[in-house]
Design a binder for this molecule. Structure first.
Ligand code: PEP
Ligand code: MN
Length: 293
């Protein structure tokens, strides 16, 4: 008889599946994206544009976020847009630009995969593949990601409970891929003043329930550029292992999510503040030494 590997642990009777469960594996899982390790005391910052738009946009943004202390570059090539008439991303051309920028900057790249048919292509270019909020419960995609040998950044579904989020991660681990990072990116509530309600309580809850690293996306979590720094600092204070933030060299000209993207100076300034918070909570963010002028 097939057994259900969910241990009925606690928490309002919810069941946390076994492979992601901290009771099964008490030690933190460290996710390795090339030479970058997520889940240790160093807090890892992922930054870059919402979508890859051009060579110039990607290179300028990447060089600047690297100088500011980002360790991984983000940028969507296949974009899940609410409207079919909005910019859908550059597709494979965008993946090629990401690979070129990695060559120059040394930054590993993370980019979204929306469909099972794209997993092979996207994972041949990316150092980590992202499963977006809208696809958190796309079970065939989760399984396919579990079969590929690249780390997976799994974003919380905008309507998903913590239990559903962990069950989604379990699908990936079940296929033999344990390199999974969870990302809190805000959920839908009755509140409309922010794009989503960033559930920072998810961070300590997830850290308690699972051994997987947990990061926060204050860009999609708020939808407001001016609020991103405050929520980024709060995320570090509550124990996030990293942050993923949208940064654009010209936010007002961005083809996607410019209103929630930091500009290059805002990002650099924020990194100095984040380092102070990290140190205050017993973690660290190493910043590169400023280049001599
Ligand atoms: C993104 O990171 O570009 C994105 C689309 O995020 P989410 O899936 O959280 O909406
Ligand atoms: Mn975006």
């Amino acid at each position: 008889m097939e057994t259900n590997p969910c241990n009925n642990i606690v928490n309002g009777g919810s069941s946390i599946p076994s492979r992601v469960n901290r009771k099964t594996k008490p030690d933190d899982t460290i996710v390795k994206i090339n030479s970058v390790q997520v889940g240790r005391s160093e807090i890892v910052i992922i930054a870059g544009p919402c979508s890859v738009e051009s060579r110039e946009q990607l290179f300028e943004t990447a060089r600047s976020v690297r100088a500011g202390g980002a360790r991984i570059l983000r940028g969507g090539a296949f974009k899940p847009r609410s409207s079919p008439y909005s910019f859908q991303g550059l597709g494979e051309e965008g993946l090629k630009l990401l690979a070129l920028v990695r060559e120059e900057t040394g930054l590993p790249v993370v980019t979204e995969v929306m469909d099972t048919r794209q997993v092979e292509l996207v994972s041949s270019y990316a150092d980590m593949i992202q499963i977006g909020s809208r696809n958190m419960q796309n079970y065939p995609l989760l399984k396919e990601a579990g079969m590929c040998r690249k780390p997976v950044l799994l974003k919380r579904g905008m309507m998903a409970t913590i239990e559903e989020f962990l069950l989604a991660a379990e699908y990936i681990l079940n296929q033999g891929n344990e390199q999974v990072i969870l990302c809190e990116r805000g959920i839908r509530t009755f509140e409309t003043s922010t794009r989503n309600t960033l559930d920072l309580s998810a961070v300590p809850m997830l850290k308690r329930l699972t051994h997987l690293p947990v990061i926060v996306d204050p860009s999609h979590g708020t939808g407001l550029r001016w609020m991103v720094p405050a929520m980024a600092k709060a995320a570090v204070a509550v124990g996030a292992d990293g942050l993923i933030m949208e940064v654009h060299y010209k936010p007002e000209e961005a083809l996607c999510d410019g209103y929630q993207s930091l500009d290059l100076d805002e990002f650099t300034r924020l990194m100095t503040d984040l380092q102070k918070i990290a140190i205050a909570v017993g973690r660290n963010i190493s910043l590169p030494k400023p280049a001599h002028v």
